[in-house]
Ligand binder design. Structure first.
Ligand SMILES: Cc1cc2nc3c(=O)[nH]c(=O)nc-3n(C[C@H](O)[C@H](O)[C@H](O)COP(=O)(O)O)c2cc1C
Length: 186
């Protein structure tokens, strides 16, 4: 028998987008606690490939300006939309995966990094914190701006913010295939 509370928490995780964020800043200690939870993800041969580069305040503004610089074709509307997302977010967490080529294949390190993100994401349940993983094409172009080593890759961003917990958010289960369709008993 599963612990129903654990199932409820896992099933309550959802993407919360910056349009719902209040613009309030999440305490540094809370961001650290989220990453502490991320840090307990499973990892083959303990390579612990995840790394979070956290942008808030002026560094967050520096990141969005770098994205504009990398995308000169962006028109004013596109820029305004992205600036709005950044302004409403408390922090932008760049999700980085560090390769350990001699130890495990790349897919295992991407998988472990995604599990770390899932931990962080689940940790937002039942709090006024929300967020989502964004994976724009230009993530990889930020390599030098982020000061990444040649064996590191940016896999996108986690937009983190506070939202009004009274906002009725309901996970849209109707868009999901039934779990029974994901099992083949052999
Ligand atoms: C690896 C990964 C990349 C994602 N990239 C994007 C993205 O670029 N833009 C976006 O709107 N959502 C992105 N998402 C969030 C999904 O759209 C979201 O998880 C999906 O709609 C299901 O909604 P839920 O998270 O509320 O269950 C990404 C999710 C994952 C796991």
């Amino acid at each position: 028998m599963l612990n129903p509370e654990v199932s409820r928490i896992i099933q309550s995780r959802m993407s919360v987008y910056p349009t719902l964020f209040t613009g309030e800043v999440v305490d540094k200690e809370v961001v650290e606690e989220l990453i502490q939870n991320a840090n307990t993800a499973p990892t083959h041969r303990l390579t612990q490939p995840w790394l979070f580069k956290v942008f808030g305040g002026t560094s967050k503004q520096g990141l969005v300006e770098e994205i504009f610089r990398l995308n000169p074709a962006y028109d004013d509307i596109k820029k305004e939309r992205l600036q709005y997302k950044f302004d409403k977010s408390s922090h932008i967490l760049c999700i980085v995966m560090k390769r350990h080529e001699d130890k495990v294949p790349e897919w295992e390190e991407i998988a472990a990094t995604a599990m770390a993100v899932q931990n962080l994401w689940i940790s937002c349940v039942d709090s006024s914190l929300g967020g989502y993983w964004s994976s724009p094409k230009y993530s990889e172009d930020l390599h030098s701006f982020l000061g990444l080593e040649s064996d590191e890759r940016c896999l996108g961003f986690f937009y983190l913010g506070k939202y009004d917990a009274a906002t009725p958010l309901r996970r849209d289960t109707s868009r999901r295939d039934p779990s029974t369709s994901k099992i083949e008993w052999m």
